[in-house]
Design a protein around this ligand. Structure first.
Ligand SMILES: Cc1ncc(COP(=O)(O)O)c(C=O)c1O
Length: 400
């Protein structure tokens, strides 16, 4: 019998959803099913899944196990947990966040369809649309998703199939009003997809605000330990879920069992990690705000951030990401990234360890020269869960 109840809170779901003790051995952690194929009890007699009576557990969306591209119990455990954490009915787990994005966009869009994306979208999202999907005649339009009037006008002009939103955005941390954009998208029969990577489901649950689909780079906060690359889609609509699952199975962009297991282990501590990420990021942002070598700080927790009120309405906390512009220009920003002691110079984010990077030449190099180009003096930090005084001292020393 499933351990979880519908009323269980986030922290409980993170530890128990999809993770009932193994029925055969009682193992309290879902085993790593490192397997490609499964014995069938006669042709078509698949074990596991709904036909074996499961109303919950990793097999509940499938008709049994036949081949691990289609379904795998360890991946299924993570999928069930992520669906519970996002308040959706079904999740699909991918080899990377980009594989999840690709699956969602290609499930929904056909040649000639239009997509709205944030004018400060993650560089990989831009690259997927600009360099890959555009060759199949999927047309994208950058819009400031923090400005509902601009989104409304772009929807009226382009009649998109998808309004694609990041909130907070990477790397400028602008905030989109999810419920307002859902209403705008739905009024034009478009779907609202939210990349919830920066917030994580602990801080924000887009489906509850009217979004149709959530995507994640589980590489980031969900995994949380910088040791695995993965992605996910979470939806509420059964038909959309089935269509995404069909494409995922057809192309095979699945996450492997060990990666799913590692991610699931990370997810168990998401709530406590996010609390600490938020506290530490706030300390860093407040110090940077008053620093003479910092021209501007982007952090939704600051009261003068233009999206502060919307963030406070739809998020439980303001997240662990902070960006800032160096007052002495681009070279000073680059030099700073090489001078920190605890903040490691590197791409990615959302791990327990703090990271620092120069978006214009690293994560967002692919948007150089486009409408999505980021300021050259911008520095992005992923504030980890080390001691906040140590982190603030490190930044202060590096700024000089
Ligand atoms: C907001 C956001 N979405 C999607 C991705 C892509 O995820 P992955 O690197 O797991 O493919 C990233 C990666 O940095 C990201 O920051």
């Amino acid at each position: 019998m499933a351990q979880i109840h519908a009323a269980d809170s986030f922290e409980t779901l993170a530890i128990h959803a999809g993770q009932d003790p193994d029925p055969m051995t009682g193992a309290v952690v879902p085993p790593i099913y490192q397997v490609s194929t499964y014995k069938q009890d006669g042709v078509g007699g698949l074990r596991g899944g709904v036909h074996a009576g499961a109303t919950s557990g990793p097999g509940r969306w499938i008709e049994g196990y036949e081949y691990s591209r289609t379904a795998n119990p360890t991946r299924g455990a993570l999928e069930e947990c992520l669906a519970a954490l996002e308040g959706g009915t079904r999740a699909l787990v991918f080899a990377s966040g980009m594989a999840a994005e690709d699956c969602l966009l290609r499930t929904i869009c056909r040649p000639g369809d239009h997509v709205l994306i944030p004018h400060d979208a993650y560089g990989g999202t831009y690259r997927l649309l600009d360099k890959v999907l555009s060759a199949w005649d999927v047309i994208y339009h950058p819009v400031p998703v923090c400005d509902p009037a601009a989104v409304r006008a772009a929807v009226a002009e382009h009649h998109p199939k998808v309004v694609w939103v990041e909130t907070p955005t990477n790397p400028l941390l602008s905030i989109a009003d999810i419920s307002m954009l859902a209403e705008i998208a739905h009024s034009a029969d478009a779907l609202l997809a939210v990349d919830n990577t920066f917030a994580s489901p602990y801080l924000q649950q887009p489906l509850a605000h009217g979004a149709d689909a959530v995507v994640h780079s589980t590489t980031k906060y969900l995994g949380g330990h910088s040791d695995v690359v993965g992605g996910a889609i979470v939806v509420s609509d059964a038909d959309l879920a089935a269509r995404c699952a069909f494409l995922q199975n057809a192309v095979g962009s699945i996450g492997g069992p060990f990666d799913a297991w590692l991610t699931l282990r990370g997810v168990k501590t998401l709530a406590v990690r996010m609390e600490r990420h938020c506290d530490n990021a706030a300390q860093a942002a407040f110090m940077l705000t008053g620093h003479p070598r910092v021209a501007k700080v982007y952090y939704p927790g600051l009261p003068d951030h233009p999206g502060h009120e919307v963030a406070a309405k739809q998020m439980r906390g303001f997240g662990g990401m902070v960006s800032f512009r160096h007052a002495d220009g681009a070279q000073a920003a680059i030099d700073l990234c090489g001078r920190t002691r605890l903040f490691t110079l590197g791409e990615s984010l959302g791990g327990v360890e703090s990271l620092i990077e120069h978006p214009a030449s690293m994560t967002h190099a692919s948007v150089a020269g486009s409408a999505l180009a980021v300021p050259a003096d911008l520095v992005r930090i992923s504030v980890g869960i080390e001691n906040s005084d140590d982190l603030v001292d490190d930044l202060r020393a590096a700024l000089g």
